[in-house]
Design a protein. Structure first.
Length: 401
């Protein structure tokens, strides 16, 4: 059976590997032509799964990138994992990419809202597949790179820039939920308020230390982030490392955040005193202490933060059945912050700097639809400002310079 074409079933082969003399002669003719044109011949029968894993093991990247590439290999495995690299065709990759978008061989997960991956995600996966095939081409494992073929189905252009739809809250929904959670004495309420008002990633907030908070300048210094490293032993997988892209930044915060942080700074020592040998009670909070540490029954991790967020949303809906509150993830508080920036008339550059994106183009690609709404509001605001008048020139009149 051909692993690349299991649907055609078993095929009978002669001892030489060809079904007829004519087929063998045709293959020999093609090989001679390749030799005359000095076309390199592939060596070995490494499968995509085996070669990809070996390539990743020797690739010098950070843990975050390594886990992402491993995710790519795992996603491609049901499609081309057992197929020899030299046998993979561009159309095989095209079928795999469409399968990823449609969720054809996706493992069911209650955490996943939609079936299949976003086209932009598949485009990033395809970039890594192309990188792997380029390495195989350089080693002589394959004679050609099918991932770079026009028939590979690799998402390109505007299609590849599209982001998976996300949900945001409007001002009323955000303030109503946060005020209710804070009044209900929810321990994580302060963290959610800060995320929505600063645009930080959850890992950046959880790695924030009191020494990073400048109350005089109303600024947060974002230099590190909490990461989940699945390559580490169980129980040691949350580690603090550099921020995404290795780009530290400074984020200004408003008076509400200042009040929230100042209040939390006063309350926190009493919460920590019993669980840390009264060190905090003796010396108070120190510069290297985390702003949001783990407390009894509350782990300061992304999963703990997210789980509590979903739980409190359910409680809010039960308490306010008449109010519409879409289901939000913690990361979508960051998207909500971006939408509020644009609604307030801030520029893409300001949003990029606050969110810590690599470039303004990344911000544009992610929030293009929000910017369109902002443009519409700007046009309406300008019309209100001008009072619907055409200006100094009356309708139907002419003006000569």
């Amino acid at each position: 059976m051909d692993p690349a074409r299991p649907e055609i079933g078993d095929r009978k082969h002669s001892r030489a590997g060809f079904t007829s003399y004519e087929a063998a002669d045709a293959e020999l003719t093609l090989l001679r032509a390749d030799l005359m044109r000095q076309v390199p011949q592939p060596r070995g029968r490494d499968t995509f799964a085996a070669y990809g894993q070996r390539w990743l093991d020797g690739h010098a990247v950070g843990n975050g990138t390594r886990m992402y590439i491993q995710r790519v290999l795992d996603a491609m495995d049901p499609y081309i994992g057992p197929v020899p690299m030299a046998d993979i065709r561009a159309t095989d990759l095209a079928a795999a990419y469409r399968g990823l978008e449609n969720g054809a061989k996706q493992t069911p997960s209650p955490k996943r809202r939609a079936k299949g991956l976003a086209t932009s995600t598949v485009a990033r996966y395809a970039n890594w597949v192309n990188t792997i095939f380029l390495a195989a081409l350089d080693e002589g494992i394959v004679a050609r790179n099918p991932a770079n073929s026009k028939h590979s189905g690799r998402p390109r252009g505007e299609t590849a820039k599209r982001v998976k739809p996300f949900v945001i809250w409007n001002v009323e929904q955000l303030t109503s939920f946060c005020d209710w959670a804070l009044a209900d004495d929810e321990p994580w309420a302060r963290a959610w308020i800060l995320l929505s008002r600063t645009g930080l990633r959850s890992g950046e907030l959880l790695a924030l230390r009191w020494g990073d908070v400048n109350f005089k300048k109303s600024e947060l210094r974002i230099e590190r982030a909490l990461h989940y490293d699945e390559t580490r032993p169980v129980g040691e997988r949350y580690v603090t490392g550099s921020v995404k892209g290795g780009r530290p930044r400074t984020v200004s915060f408003d008076r509400t955040c200042a009040s929230i942080l100042d209040d939390w700074r006063k309350v926190l020592p009493a919460l920590l005193a019993g669980g840390r040998g009264n060190v905090t009670a003796l010396f108070g909070l120190r510069a290297h202490d985390p702003v949001f540490p783990s407390l009894p029954g509350r782990a300061a991790t992304q999963s703990g933060l997210h789980g509590a967020f979903l739980r409190v949303q359910r409680h809010y809906r039960e308490a306010h059945p008449e109010r519409d509150l879409p289901r939000l993830t913690v990361h979508e508080l960051r998207h909500t912050h971006a939408s509020l920036l644009f609604e307030a008339g801030q520029s893409v550059k300001v949003a990029q700097e606050r969110l810590g994106h690599a470039s303004a183009q990344v911000t544009l690609n992610t929030y293009a639809h929000l910017l369109h709404d902002a443009q519409s509001r700007a046009a309406a605001a300008l019309d209100d400002l001008l009072g619907g008048k055409a200006g100094a020139v009356e309708s139907g009149s002419t003006r000569s310079d």
